[in-house]
Design a protein around this ligand. Structure first.
Ligand code: GDP
Length: 425
């Protein structure tokens, strides 16, 4: 049974909690794209775990966790994350990293920082973790970038760094007028962590394919969200990898027909970090209420997230882009205090109604959200564990999400704890 968990908005939908719950019954959890720019928070018995790289399944002792070949790995972050988990009593013996995953190197972070500084206010608003430059090198191919298995061999690593710096230093010195990096300084920054983490390298593709053949229960965990996808998202304000469900195939080696279900995680309202259009954004008191009640501050960067109402057009389009088979609605409790809740049911653009997100950025900038007001429930959902315990307006709100997307809702989350979850059907 292969299940993909994918974010249906702009990330931070609560995928970590949903993956953690599904990991309970899984043999293998696989991250398929992105790097340490992700930030999943999983709360176990009141204790919060912030995971940037390692799949959320690591908190389940019987589950193998793989970082797929489509991810990019910063060995320093990986090393810190492993040590942090070990210090809290979680062994990382079940961790595996695909040997083909590309490595985020110190020069990637330096280049990203310099580029973002040069762009000034017109920046993309990246997390400055070197993810974009690492994927750029992957697409560029030559000089051959460092991949995870290269971390097992000091001599080879030095050679690859030297070849990269020949090219990178031209940019650092001549484009940005900054001092060059030396092979030894880069090597010395990376090698201590590389020695610690390189033992996790495996043939990730084979692990996934053998697990599929053995009919194991596999959960594929996406980071970021649908509209941050390099191809399907709101370009150019996107990430440099493929968060959509199809990315699970690219990033791990499973074929599309071997995927049994796609659970799209959809927050009960909308948030976005960084620049780019957000049609249902509320920059006033209501947006602040969502931010405070939803604790909408980045796990990785601490940045306040932009907040707004549920966008049914975004959800509907995401459901199609991902081939969603069901939806997990998260953070429904954040809306508890509201008397009425606006829901965007369509866009108007130059007098014409649209029911999907326009893929051309200039058109997307022009859309005006069309709202309907839904009644709120004005009571706490904290203790709700079953559908029948949900107040009628909350049921209607969830049903509206299913109507707008044409996809059934299978999970509702009413708090960050594992137990604060309603399963439907
Ligand atoms: P992810 O990257 O998609 O996993 O999302 P984040 O981890 O950035 O954000 C989700 C945050 O919301 C985490 O702090 C979760 O513990 C929390 N969370 C998840 N589901 C719920 C929920 O149903 N209600 C509330 N209040 N918080 C939730």
């Amino acid at each position: 049974m292969a299940t993909v968990v994918v974010g249906g908005q702009w990330g931070d939908e609560g995928k970590g909690k949903i993956t953690d719950i599904l990991a309970e019954g899984a043999d293998l959890v696989v991250r398929y794209q992105g790097g340490a720019n992700a930030g999943h928070t999983v709360v176990v018995a009141g204790e919060a775990f912030k995971l940037h790289l390692i799949p959320s399944g690591i908190l389940h002792p019987n589950c193998i966790c793989l970082m797929g070949g489509g991810t990019v790995i910063d060995p320093l972050v990986l090393h810190d994350e492993i040590e942090g988990l070990q210090a809290r009593g979680y062994s990382c013996d079940n961790l595996r990293v695909s040997h083909t995953a590309h490595v985020v190197m110190p020069y990637h972070k330096r280049l990203e920082e310099l580029a973002e500084q040069a762009r000034g206010r017109g920046g993309i608003g990246t997390t400055l973790r070197g993810i974009g430059p690492a994927y750029t090198d992957k697409a560029q191919r030559m000089p051959r970038p460092v991949r995870f298995r290269d971390l097992t061999d000091a001599g080879r690593l030095r050679e690859l760094i030297a070849a990269q710096l020949q090219q990178k230093n031209v940019i650092i010195q001549h484009q940005y007028d900054q001092p060059p990096l030396t092979t030894e300084e880069v090597f010395d920054q990376v090698w201590p962590a590389a020695e610690q983490v390189s033992g996790y390298a495996v043939d990730g593709c084979r692990l996934v394919q053998e697990s599929v053949r053995a009919e194991k229960r596999i959960v594929f965990e996406g980071a970021q969200g649908t509209f941050l996808d390099l191809d399907c998202g709101t370009y150019p304000f996107v990430t440099s990898s493929h968060p959509v469900a199809g990315g699970a195939c690219l990033g791990t080696g499973i074929g599309p027909t071997a995927i049994d279900e796609v659970i799209m995680v959809c927050k009960a309202y909308t948030t976005r970090v960084g620049a780019g259009v957000l049609p249902t954004e509320d920059e006033g008191d209501a947006g602040q209420l969502l931010r405070d009640r939803g604790n909408e501050y980045g796990t990785t960067t601490g940045r306040p997230r932009r907040c707004g109402w549920l966008d049914g057009v975004v959800a509907r389009t995401a459901a199609m882009l991902n081939g969603a088979t069901s939806i997990a609605v998260t953070k429904l409790d954040v809306l508890d205090s509201l008397a009425t809740i606006p829901v965007c049911i369509g866009y108007e653009i130059d007098g014409v109604m649209l029911d999907t997100v326009p893929s051309w950025p200039d058109d997307f900038e022009k859309v005006k959200p069309v709202y309907e007001e839904m009644p709120g429930w004005q009571q706490s959902l904290d203790e709700v564990r079953q559908w029948s315990q949900l107040p009628a307006p909350a049921q209607a709100y969830v049903e509206r999400i299913a109507d707008l997307t044409g996809v059934p809702v299978s999970i509702i989350s009413v708090g960050h704890g594992r137990e604060q979850t309603v399963f439907i059907g």
